[in-house]
Design a protein. Structure first.
Length: 94
């Protein structure tokens, strides 16, 4: 509705207006009890995020390769199982 009402205004000004309205809405929301609780949760999450021990590049590559190999093995097993069952059903049906 806002885009229709303000269609003669430059899109840049409309985007800035949406940004300002969003910031005001966020400021008002942070003044409520739920907003304060959300903000505290955000702060606590940032503290916990700093405690995370991130894997090295080598660990990440090794884990990725292990997962890829496992997926390929499972895919191959499912292919063989499907092929065997398909042959058995074909023989059974005729």
């Amino acid at each position: 509705m806002g885009n229709s009402y303000f269609s003669e205004v430059s899109p840049l000004y409309r985007a800035l207006g949406v940004l300002v309205v969003g910031l005001v809405a966020a400021f008002v929301a942070l003044q409520t009890e739920q907003g304060k609780a959300f903000n505290q949760l955000r702060k606590d999450s940032m503290v916990e995020l700093r405690k995370v021990v991130w894997p090295s590049r080598q660990e990440t590559l090794q884990t990725t390769l292990i997962v890829l190999v496992f997926v390929l093995i499972v895919a191959l097993l499912l292919f063989v199982l499907d092929w065997v069952l398909n042959g058995a059903i074909s023989m059974l049906i005729g």
